[in-house]
Design a protein around this ligand. Sequence first.
Ligand SMILES: Nc1ncnc2c1ncn2[C@@H]1O[C@H](COP(=O)(O)OP(=O)(O)O)[C@@H](O)[C@H]1O
Ligand SMILES: [Mg+2]
Length: 424
Amino acid sequence: MSAVVLDNVTKVYPGGFLAVDRMNLRAEEGELLVLLGPSGCGKSTLLRMIAGLEEITAGDLWLGGKFANHLAPRDRDVAMVFQNGALYPHRTVRGNLSFPLEIAKADPGMTRERVVELSRALHIDETLDRRPGTLSGGQRQRVAMGRAIVRQPSLFLMDEPLSNLDAGMRTELRMEISSLVRALGVTTVYVTHDQVEALTLADRIAIMNRGVLQDIGTPAQVYNDPATAFTAAFLSSQQLNLLAATVRTPQNQFILLDFGPHQITMPWTDPRAYAVSQHTGSQIIVGIRPDALAPMPEKAEGPSFFGRVRTLEYHGHEWLAYLEAGIPSVTVPEPPDPRHKAYAGGANGSRARSMMRRLWGAADDAGEHTPPPPIGGTHRRADLIVRLGGRPVWRAGEHGRVAVDVSRLMLFTQAGGRIDPPRR
Ligand SMILES: Nc1ncnc2c1ncn2[C@@H]1O[C@H](COP(=O)(O)OP(=O)(O)O)[C@@H](O)[C@H]1O
Ligand SMILES: [Mg+2]
């Protein structure tokens, strides 16, 4: 049985703001599911609906197989930790950790034992007799986490618990959260806007943007095989190259991705060939990570781009080159902004849509499903970003040729969805 099931869960705030749009998601028993997305995309809203702190406007929530939309927070057996885990200032660390057990009238001997055990696991056993005011930020977050988990809830919800800590502490506590929740086997939904945190912690990552689920899968699935251009861009450590290309199939011999001044061919034997050929004559978006491009000798054969090296950038562990290749690039396609007054949900959310129509009065039907802006309007000629590794093989102003790893091209429609279905 899944520990958490969200079925078309939607949140419209009073005033009409659509913060979460028909979210479908499940977390399995014992799973660490990370909700990842930029600030304002609806992560906290979603978590608070699971906790019962925010009313669900439409859709169904199931917790441990039980319909939970209207369950009071205390009847959900969930524990939550926020960015600033507030502690009781006049209680010691021991007092803070034991408080939930005291309220539950647990056996005092068991409580003492459990508190000591947990404080060891969280590396705060030395601080048990101190007050929160004397602790570092990292120690306070450990106490907040301990206090949430001490009653062994069935579900642990964490909302950016590390975002107020400095980088070193964040890394340390991140590893400990990972081992702690896995050791306890508690199903955890963890919210963050930090892709490194998501990739390192998660069993699976659910990526959100503007209240809409973009992708869900293991870290390797969403990184290597992203379902949308948004996911690909959001998970890239360096900026993702997003290029406009026209698909051509000259005499049906092969597929040609026409980037304007450059062309790349894809043989019919490529597993994506059939899906791409369906877009013959149309423009698509091609995503290329900077490390899928590698400098190659000027005269060598093979799929490549070339251009003038505008600038080189030193990043410590690597160099990046910015190549003027004259290829039109596009911005990341996004779902319609829910603040748009005409927006009233997508094509197949009739329940949410009629509800929103009620909330907003008669919706402008023409704008019922506002498409993302056409990529024709977002063209610019940005530089191609190339990862050079530890050595700057070029100098600024030189001409450079880069080999394109065709197998690593990511192909998206103009709306940002994958052309060849991701494997999940
Ligand atoms: N009580 C509220 N009333 C109206 N809008 C809200 C309220 N709470 C949050 N929002 C809006 O909903 C969107 C999602 O917020 P939130 O869930 O906090 O995002 P995140 O946690 O991903 O940063 C934001 O645009 C925010 O301004
Ligand atoms: Mg938030």
